[in-house]
Design a protein around this ligand. Structure first.
Ligand code: SF4
Ligand code: ZN
Length: 308
């Protein structure tokens, strides 16, 4: 069932948080609980895997789910972005040990033979302008789906938050790729196929600033800086603009999300697909093309004649 903004707002409010830290912590945790229950994110789910990066978002969501009594495991994918991912990997290993969450670690070098920076630069040398976030995000999602399926997960919990969602909504709007927005929402995705593990976003209604505040109050050892590869990203430009607007109009992002949720059912109806995906000719993972996007990227890295 798809739940619109009105349904959500009947269950919980999006009021501003208290300036008092103790009250804030309670309100913050309550909003996550409300999001989980309102959208049925963990109803009856036995096998929960958190996609953990070592950053503040996935660290916070793991901590809260564990405290709420859910049995969780974590999967991390090291994309090899120099010191940035080295530190994140150390942090996620340490954090999972500290709260007794079993962690499975995968990495790009072992899986593909390349890290993100090498992939991006190799493609650039061949005259292909592929952004870091594409060669990072596409294969990372691929590995998360593949390995959480192997882990028997019923649901993958991600740390996507209010800012991430607003950025994606606006990017799709400005790029005229509205069909991609149909895949967003607290419980994203439009294709129901057992080979795709459903994902969910308990931090959907919490901003970067609020999550960072909570993380710092809890003293989590996480890095708060930008990914060094994100500087050329379209998303980064949208993020900076959203931040500037939010300083002048504090409810700006909430209104974007509220408007979006009210229209999400119609979007999903318009862009729904009942066709079952086929199999990638190279790796056998589900895809609607001959090659999945990850195999296409990896083939591009070794063949200068192909284009995306
Ligand atoms: S900002 Fe882009 S390159 Fe950096 S970790 Fe995120 S998706 Fe990967
Ligand atoms: Zn493939």
């Amino acid at each position: 069932m798809i739940i619109g903004a009105d349904d959500y707002l009947r269950g919980v409010t999006l009021e501003s948080f208290s300036t008092d830290d103790t009250v804030f912590v309670t309100q913050f945790e309550q909003r996550i609980k409300d999001t989980i229950s309102t959208f049925g994110i963990l109803d009856g789910k036995e096998n929960i895997v958190v996609a953990a990066s070592g950053g503040k978002d996935s660290t916070v969501v793991m901590y809260i789910l564990k405290n709420l009594g859910y049995h969780i495991r974590a999967l991390t994918v090291d994309t090899h972005i120099g010191c940035y991912t080295e530190q994140n990997l150390k942090n996620v290993i340490k954090f999972c040990e500290s709260i007794n969450v079993p962690l499975v670690a995968k990495d790009f070098n072992t899986e593909f033979g390349y890290g993100v920076c090498y992939l991006r630069d190799t493609l650039a040398e061949k005259g292909l302008n592929v952004k870091s976030c594409t060669v990072c995000g596409v294969p990372r999602r691929y590995l998360i789906n593949k390995y959480t399926r192997e882990m028997g997960a019923d649901v993958v919990i991600t740390g996507h938050n209010l800012d991430d969602e607003c950025q994606a909504i606006l990017m799709n709007y400005f790029r005229n790729t509205l069909q991609l927005s149909a895949r967003l929402g607290p419980v994203p995705g439009v294709i129901r196929d057992p080979r795709f593990i459903p994902r969910a976003k308990p931090l959907y209604f919490l901003s970067n600033t609020e999550i960072e505040r909570y993380s710092k109050l809890k003293g989590f050892q996480v890095a708060y800086g930008h990914c060094p590869c994100s500087t050329d990203a379209y998303r980064r430009h949208i993020k900076d603009w959203l931040h500037a607007m939010s300083l002048k109009h504090p409810r700006f992002k909430h209104r974007i999300i509220t408007h979006f949720l009210a229209n999400l059912p119609a979007l999903r109806h318009k862009y729904r697909s009942d066709a079952s995906p086929g199999e990638c000719l190279s790796c056998g993972e589900p895809t609607s093309a001959e090659l999945c996007k990850t195999c296409s990227i990896m083939q591009l890295a070794s063949s200068p004649t192909q284009t995306i």
